[in-house]
Design a protein around this ligand. Sequence first.
Ligand SMILES: [Fe+2]
Ligand SMILES: [Fe+2]
Length: 267
Amino acid sequence: MTKLLFIGDIVGETALAYLETRLPELRATYHPDFVIANAENLDITRHNPSPGNCGMTTPSLTRLFALGVDLVTGGNHSWDGPEGMSIHADPRILRPLNYGDQVPGRGATILTRGNGAHAVRLGVINVISRSALPAADAPLAALDAQLDAWQNQTDLILVDFHGESVTEKLSVGFAVDGRVTALVGTHTHVPTLDTRILPNGTAYVTDVGMTGPNAGIQGYAPSGFVKRTRLRLPTGDPLTLAGGPIELGAVLITCASGRAHSIERIR
Ligand SMILES: [Fe+2]
Ligand SMILES: [Fe+2]
């Protein structure tokens, strides 16, 4: 039995500090073989109101990897900030697969645990919907091509599908049902209750939800979002983190022989 712990969009320094106290406890309780986290919102990299002010920085990534996170996935914020291009030199960082070959980074990788006959090869693929990144290529075509390319190279496959639409996430989930071990949704930062095993054995959830401060909007202070909704123009308000306690968006997937046995939320 192999256990995968997936942590949804980590939002900001307070969420990272929370994980520094909480993740060791989760690892001791659940003994995950692989820990994967979406970190596209790990930092506020620019306090000015321009787009592209989330993303990741090296100091925060160093702290995250020090906790035993094996791999980081991304989304529409994968290239944000001053280090948005250079961080992708690190093979522990994935960006959406279906975003052409001109931007740096990789959209799929294989992690291995154990040796010889006991080795487990986990393929991880990060794809994005056009609802989150309009210039993206078609996500299902990219996913199909990657799965074809990996014939017999993996024992388990986890897909982080980053997008807005529930119907699209479900449709892609059913399209790859039985060919991937798990497909988990990210990007909305809102956890959904629909953890389920699809008919051919793929674990599925529409959105894992964020790991971030819960008294605002998607982990951020609400005032700028509200002003922008009224004004319908950029407001100049800086992006700042929300207050409130940190909520944990995470799922634990147990699997064997390439198929998922269970997917449950970790509270
Ligand atoms: Fe996000
Ligand atoms: Fe996103």
